[in-house]
Design a protein around this ligand. Structure first.
Ligand code: FES
Ligand SMILES: [Fe+2]
Length: 307
């Protein structure tokens, strides 16, 4: 990747490592992200925890054959128990626990069905938090489908798509390019696009797409127009070649459910249209831009704070 996309692959911020649904068994689940092996599990108190994957004893992977039990996770190799804080709390055949018997415990947040881990290159603590979704606390909205893709690109490249008006016409067959305003404030970026959408009868309807990104890993995208729709869009670096892109939709209970589901399917179809472009393009640090494309450089200025 470094030759094709010379950007630091592992930005600072909150990144989704799983959905609450994927952890419904309590784990442990092996994770691969930021070029590292991690383990995710739910403690018996119900808290999602992420630790470095390899046991401090002789290096077994705690997410492959480990078991969640009272006090933490039991290593599949010699039965040491590592707490949710990453500290060895029990060795079945020894009374004294060596003080070095500990591994890294990552900052985790679980929010509206999304499990996030904080990553910082220098290991710094989180400088911001992800706000809860108002819609997830409203009786008017319900969770819809979710989907994940593993893609050979950089997280910045997929986000840049949102503020790239011209490609919507060429790649996604939108009737006209959106008019997009982009602004940022600290770690938050907001873009608002006025779009022309094709209605179910082929008529063209005015709508808006509003993106709010909290760091590079987590964002919400809201649609108005033909139908109201919301999705959480997360991007997670797996290693220096691959990322995960996830979408999790929220649908209005009183809205036109069929239309909302059709729009959600259309969003997924559009992501799939972008994939071959993302996987084969190079990153131009100084792109040659035209009128209406100013948002791309605003976006890059914002994203550079995390790299
Ligand atoms: S490697 Fe985990 S207990 Fe020995
Ligand atoms: Fe796109």
């Amino acid at each position: 990747m470094s030759a094709r996309i010379p950007l630091q692959p592992f930005p600072t911020g909150w990144f989704q490592v799983a959905s609450s649904e994927e952890l419904s068994t309590g784990g442990p689940l092996p994770l691969r992200c930021f070029g590292q092996d991690l383990v995710l599990f739910r403690t018996q108190e119900g808290e999602a925890r992420v630790l470095d994957a390899h046991c401090p004893h002789m290096g077994a992977h705690l997410g492959v054959g480990g078991r969640v039990e009272q006090g933490g996770i039991r290593c599949p190799f010699h039965g040491w128990v590592i707490s949710g804080q990453g500290v060895c709390v029990r060795i079945p055949y020894a009374d004294t626990i060596p003080p070095k018997a500990r591994i890294r415990c990552w900052e985790v947040r679980e929010l509206d069905g999304v499990i996030l881990v904080h990553h910082a290159l220098g290991g710094e603590p989180p400088a911001f938090e992800i706000p809860p979704l108002p819609e997830a606390r409203s009786t008017e909205w319900s969770p819809g489908m979710s989907k994940r893709w593993r893609i050979r690109t950089h997280v910045q490249e997929t986000l840049e798509n949102i503020v790239d008006p011209a490609h919507f016409v060429v790649v996604h067959s939108m009737p006209a390019p959106p008019r997009t305003e982009v602004e940022f404030e600290g770690h938050i970026i907001r873009s608002r696009s006025a779009v022309k959408q094709k209605g179910p009868g082929g008529q063209v309807v005015d709508g808006t797409i509003t993106w709010e990104g909290h760091g590079m890993g987590y964002g919400t995208i809201r649609f108005t127009g033909i139908v109201e729709l919301l999705f959480v869009n997360t991007v997670t670096p797996i290693d220096d070649e691959l990322i995960d892109v996830r979408v999790a939709f929220w649908l209005r209970n009183d809205g036109a459910l069929r239309l909302a589901q059709a729009l959600a399917a259309e969003v997924c179809r559009q992501i799939e249209e972008d994939i071959p472009i993302w996987e084969n393009k190079i990153y131009r640090p100084q792109p040659v831009l035209c009128a209406g494309e100013k948002g791309i450089m605003t976006f890059r200025k914002w994203s550079s704070q995390f790299l």
